[in-house]
Design a protein around this ligand. Sequence first.
Ligand SMILES: [Zn+2]
Length: 293
Amino acid sequence: MKTRVSWTNPYKAGGKYWLKGNLHTHTTNSDGKLTPEEAVSHYLSKGYSFLAVTDHGKLFDPKTLRSKMLLIAGVEADFDHGKHTCVTAVKSEDIKFSRETPQQELIDQNTDKALVVLNHPDWGSEEHFTIDSLKTFKNYHGIEIYNSVIERLEGSPLSTAKWDRLLGSEIRVLGFANQDFHRADDFRDACNVVNVKKKTAAEVFNAVTSGNFYCYFGVKISSVGRKKNTVYVKTANAETIRFIGNYGVLLSKTNGKAASFDFDKTDATKYIRIECLGKGEEISWTQPFFREA
Ligand SMILES: [Zn+2]
């Protein structure tokens, strides 16, 4: 699965629909306050189209719940030998999990059929994942670059600095924005917005694992992609657009709803990613575009 992202343009596949979803959700199956049914209806009422239920140490099977929500199987592995990691898949049978499995083994067991995301790297009085540990583990698909529950906990919800350190080191991983939802007041409109041709759980999962999505927290992207060497974005409500390159270097900053940047303007960067800033704390993040495949 790690080869499924088209790193020169993750948005290449396109799609008619943009759908919102949260990929990190707790329920009464672990330490959440809402039952899976209640959590699903809460997200439906907020206009979300897909949801992965990822309880601590308990695998969620979408077949156990009937809903118009596109449900993704999942577990948050907070096992004996590692840190918090969400493993999700279309079918629960595609996920392998046991509390005793060491972290790298868990990643290796799930790398083909499931999606493995290392969670909230900057949670806690000490970092949950240091940059060294993120560089040491191999073959995971992504990290949470924003986890809104950390707003009410110690540490930082934002991990884009670590993401840039990984991308600059050619460790190509996707960025995710999740809520780590435990209770109704944990809801923030921070999520992953996928671009799909059909509204099915399989299509959503395919878009997520191929990087055809952006991380949303208030700025709506209407189109994003690459033409030749130019990376572009169009939004409904951005006020400032930032193009970021190697290890977090700000390549360009433009006021307005749309902007583009050409790789040919600099030979110094291996990748470009885009941050779209709106009013107040509104922001959205695209996946990175690498200069070369
Ligand atoms: Zn969690």
